[in-house]
Design a protein around this ligand. Structure first.
Ligand SMILES: O=c1ccn([C@H]2C[C@H](O)[C@@H](COP(=O)(O)OP(=O)(O)OP(=O)(O)O)O2)c(=O)[nH]1
Ligand SMILES: [Mg+2]
Length: 152
């Protein structure tokens, strides 16, 4: 599938996001801060980080903004609203809501790959109001209702 992508001025000469391996699911998203710019995230602070990218996602698909596991494990940096949802009809800049869950400050530099975007199909549903729903074995059980014999 082809997706048109527009680069905004502050992306400068950053390359378009790319799959980093043959089977990668996510396109790594860059921080587009402007050349030489740095954004420091203090512990427990969050920031909406620009990517400098506008995607034209085809109808019937969405973009999911997910954390990168390396940043999460090594530095406690994750996506606050993971997975962020990029609607097919969104024509604004994709931004990444990062939060620093570590006890140390983290410096985000221009071009750093801060998150990844997975393009996924969406099933659009028509809701039909009904007085009754059918019955199932699970019924209304949830929130740890299964396996209670072994759960403490
Ligand atoms: O991590 C994200 C999440 C969302 N968006 C953009 C694209 C998305 O299509 C739009 C709206 O996102 P969402 O529906 O999650 O936010 P909302 O709080 O419901 O805002 P809205 O009322 O604009 O839908 O914001 C981002 O750039 N990054
Ligand atoms: Mg919304």
């Amino acid at each position: 599938m082809t997706i048109p992508v527009k680069k905004l001025a502050h992306a400068g000469d950053l390359p378009l996001p790319a799959y980093q391996s043959e089977g990668a699911a996510g396109l790594d998203l860059p921080a587009a801060l402007g050349p030489g710019e740095t954004l420091v995230l203090a512990p427990m602070m969050r920031a909406l980080v620009p990517t400098g990218l506008v995607f034209q996602i085809p109808q019937g698909y969405e973009g999911q903004v997910r954390p990168r596991s390396g940043l999460a494990v090594k530095s406690g940096i994750t996506v606050l609203n993971a997975p962020g949802t990029i609607d097919a009809d969104y024509r604004g800049e994709i931004k990444v809501a990062l939060i620093n869950l570590s006890v140390e400050s983290f410096a985000i530099t221009h071009g750093m790959r801060i998150a990844q975007l997975v393009i996924a199909p969406v099933t659009l549903s028509a809701l039909v109001e009904t007085a009754e729903v059918d019955s199932t074995v699970r019924g209304s059980g949830g929130f740890g209702s299964t396996g209670t014999a072994t759960m403490k």
